[in-house]
Structure formats: structure tokens, C-alpha cells
Ligand binder design. Sequence first.
Ligand SMILES: [Zn+2]
Length: 199
Amino acid sequence: MASLYFKFAAMNSGKSTQLLQAHYNYAERGMYPVAMTAALDNRAGAGTIASRLGIKSPALTFAAETDIFAEIKTLHAKKRIDALLIDEAQFLSHAQVRQCAALVDDLGIPVLCYGLKTDFMGRLFAGSEALLCLADNIEEIKALCWCGRKATMTARIVDGKMVSEGDQVAIGGNDLYTSLCRKHFLRGQPAANVQSEVA
Ligand SMILES: [Zn+2]
């Protein structure tokens, strides 16, 4: 039975690396996996999933208006797809997550979604909210805070300081975001040498 998976974490947990590993595993077994990522993520150039370890793979992209069910159904009719792997899944809309569920339920294609759970303000992304509600399997990928605790939050850093206001999406390099444990996220301490601004 195909399933809808949500593998979530904070920033810099190696989500893209895990996605690329899964993609490799399918291909190695002679199967046909399709990778997809958010069109607004152009860190690695359009239509590429890149891991910080240096591996990369071409990928389809989804934008706000993409009908993922229709697009994958068309490809599937030409060549049988064994799995759909989606990076940056936090950027899916509720409708697109339902489209992913339909790929699983109607076409029997496993869909593996990798993404952040919460934004830099500590709130659920739309795609993550829908996936937490609808996914058959939910798995946390571990990331570490500078203190060594499990990082569950993602902080946005501007000029070395954590910010708590701004647009939800401002994708950039590793210097813009860091993963923190809840304690250091709530205290506003993005690094060991930064004084807490909250007692
Ligand atoms: Zn910490």
C-alpha cells in the first residue's frame, strides 16, 4: 500500500540529503522516482535539489498554481512512477497536499514530503499543517542546537541577531537561518556567545 509521508525537521537537519538518498535507493533498485521542489527555492538553480554534503539532483518544481495531481498523473501515464519525493514541502498549499494524498489513494504512488515544520516565528507552515493532518506516516529528522539539545525550531538571523518579525519566506544561505532547541529559540539566543535578551 502506498502512503503519504511527512518527514519534518528544523533547518540544517539534512532533509535534502535524506531525500536524495531515498531517490538514489529507488533508482538503484531499477525503479523510477520523481523529485520535486519549490519553484521559489533557487539556491541551487531552478529545478535542482542540492544537499549541503554536495550531492545534487535535477527536480521538477511546484509553484502556487501547480496542480501536482494533474502533472504527476500525466507523467505517470507515460512512464510508471514508483515514488514522488518533494523537498521544501512546507511551501505546499492545503490543496496541493490533498493532491498528493490523491496520488497515493487513487494512483497508488507513494509520496514522500520533506520540509520544515515551523517558520522563524515558531508557527506552522501551511504545507506542514496540512501534512501533519493528512500524512499516514510522520517522522522527525533530528537537527542539533548549538547547545547539543535536539533543535526543533528554526530562527532567522539578521546581522547576527534573531528576528521575530518579517515575511514568512526569505530563503537564503545557511547564514540566514539556524536551528535551535526550544529553550534557546524562546530566549532569543542563536549562539553560545550571544547574550539572552529575555531573562
Ligand atoms: Zn539550545
